[in-house]
Each structure stands twice: as C-alpha cells, then as structure tokens.
Design a protein around this ligand. Sequence first.
Ligand code: BGC
Length: 441
Amino acid sequence: MVKASFHFPRGFLWGTATSAHQVEGFNTNNNWWAWEQQSGRILNGDKSGAACDWWGGRWRDDFDRAAAAGQNAHRFSVEWSRIQPVPDKWEESALDRYREMARNLTERGMTPLVTLHHFSDPLWLTEMGGWENEKAAGHFVAFVRKVVEALQEYVNLWVTLNEPNGLCVQGYLEGSFPPGKKDTKAYLRALTNLARAHALAYHTIHMVQPTARVGLSIYYRDLVPAKSSSPLDRFAAGLSSRMFNDFFPRAAQEGILRFPLWSRTLPEAKATQDFLGLNYYTRDLVSFDLTRPGQLFNDRSTPAGVLMSEGNYIANIPQGIYRAIKWGLKYKIPIIITENGVEDSQDVLRPRYLVEHLHQVWRAVNFNFPVKGYFHWTLVDNFEWERGWTQRFGLWELDPDTQKRKKRPSADLYAEICRENGISSEMVSRYAPEISSQLFP
Ligand code: BGC
C-alpha cells in the first residue's frame, strides 16, 4: 500500500450539521411537538423530549467537542417558534441565545452556517394552514429579517430552507411528516409557497446584510434507472429527479416553477442562490411503473449487493455524492455539502462510509468542481423525526435519559481528517482497513 494523502483546498469548511428541533428539547410550541403527541405518528411512540438538551445549555459542551475535534465550522438552525411564539411577539431572549451560540462558534474560529427553517413551524402558522397558506411566505420573511438583524455580526452564511423538496413530499404526499396529508393539490401549494418564501428571504437577507451568502439545502436523492438500457426506466428516473432534485434550485436560478406538465413564473425567485447546499445520503433504483402516475411512474428499490446501514435505511453508495456534485454544477454556483451521514449505533459502517464519501468529494474538488465545505450529519445522536430515537447518526453517542455522551471511533477519525484537511492512507488503515487497498492501491 502506498503512503499518500488526499488533500482538500485551504479554507475548506469542515463541520457537522444539527437542527433546532432535533437537539434543543422541549420545543413545545411547534407543529412537530404536537405531532409527537399523536399516537402512531412516531416510531415506537418516541418523543423529542429533552432531545440533546441544547436549550438547557448543553450546546456549549457539544460545541467544545466539535472545536476540540478540529472542526472549523458548524451548521445549526434557529427555531421559529421560540423567536416568534405568537405572531405579534418577538422573544428577544431567544434571539440572544442564538446570538450567543453564533458568537461562541466564531470565538473558537468556527464558521457558523445558520439554517432559518429546518422542518418545524410555530403552531400559530400551522393553525393558519401552514405552508398551504399564501401568507406563510410573508410571515417567514418577517422572522428572517429579525434573525438576520440579530445574528449578522457573527453569521454570513445562511440556508433559507432545509430540504423543502423532502418536506413537501413527506408532509403533503406521503403523510409521514406534519401536516400528514396525501393530497397533490396541497403538495403543489406548499411547493409554491416555499419557493416564494425562499425568494423573498433571499432578498431580505441581502437587504439587511449585503455581504451575506445565501442558499437552499436540497435533499439530493440519487435516482438511477434500474436498467440503464431501458428508455422507460430512464424516463421515470429523469422525471422524478427533475421534480424532486431540481425543482427548488431551478426555481432559484430561473425564476420559473417547473412542474411535470406545466410551469409558472416566479420572477422574484430568479438568481436567488449564492451557493447550493447538498444533502446526500443514498441512492434509489427507479423502474418505470405505469400504474403509478401519482409517483411519476416510479417504482423505487434499493441497489443490490451494497452495504446497508443498521436499519436498512441507507445504502452505502459513495459514487452518489460525486454524482450529486456533478449534477449541481449546472447551477454554476459554489457547492456546500450541508449534510451527509449514516445511522449506525455500533459505528461499524460509519468510518468506511465517511472515508468513501469524502474520497468522492475529494475527487470532485480535484476536477476543480467548486465544493467549499462538508458538514457531517451529525454531531451527537438526536431525534430523527418520524423515526424517533431508533436511528443514531451521531459522531457521539447519546443516552437521551441521562444526557451522557460517548465518543464513537468515527469522531476521532473525522477529527484527524479535519485537522489534516485531508485523508491519509495511514488514517484509513487504522479506522477502515477494509478499504485501504481500494483507496490506496
Ligand atoms: C434531514 C435531517 C435528518 C437527516 C437524517 C435529513 O433529511 O435534513 O434533519 O436528521 O436527514 O435522517
């Protein structure tokens, strides 16, 4: 085996990503908390409860962990329902808390990337009809202005919406997220209002902070025809990739909402992204199925013969992250990997998953593809939405009952990668020897 390193460019951002509802605890005033109280919504009836107790103050220790582990950036989100608990009230103490978090990061030399909406909505917005209501975008923008004014001293990188594409499918087509609908019309309304919310937020952020860099985080699903020789499989995969992966970034590039059979202009959305945030986890194979027009003729399956995560949720397909980046090039803006990770309580697959995915990111960077950073999902095990506490994505293990954290080997591996700004053959031979000869032949 050769002794070598895969180096990343100077200034590359290395961090982890978190989201408010998943880590803070007791976000009792949002739609997710309400959803968790309904039976049958969350696996095992799990509840977010104290989550990682960040609102109780444990964010500090977790930021210590991230900083000591060589990370130079962190992505976190602000919880709308804490900042604006009712439409005509701003909770300044909550804004102070987030300001303190952002300041704390910068004091440690870590770049904060702040997400303004990561799935959860204040209950008052839900009561107004949530994202189906045309007024939602206007409310969102008022909130965004308040946050940016408060945090701009420390924050320059903003994600307006996390995975609006995933949120719309899960909330309005599949029903696994609140509001739990299976209604195409509601889905189209939510897509449209979220696209507007992004566009207006983009302009508002730039008005308050002209130097800001603003983007969306897209859930990129690598949709590949099950049979590459089949024109129908290729058609179905292409159709759903355009609808799922491209809808938001395209709207933010062209100012046009493109649905499968029609389009609508949204001029205010044109040229409203300074970078593209990519969340990549896995791939699906797509076979054409005439009986599923509602699913864009998609019959999806998991690729055979690949390593699967603990709960069979994620297939380990590192090439997919390279394809995600290549796909993103057409938007001609810098790319940030805003999420990537795997559920693995025993940390058996994660070291390999991490190295193999980063190797693909490195390949992309070496073709001069403009990838500026990587945020691993996630720092500490947290509340995984409709999957509750059944999945463990953390570099640190968490016991939610005692709040005890325990470092997984991958935390050390990632720390070495962050410090080295690269992956060395020696690291791989220690943490993921099974892929040493493949990566360093
Ligand atoms: C979401 C995260 C989530 C992660 C793993 C992403 O789709 O943005 O909030 O925890 O997937 O499930």
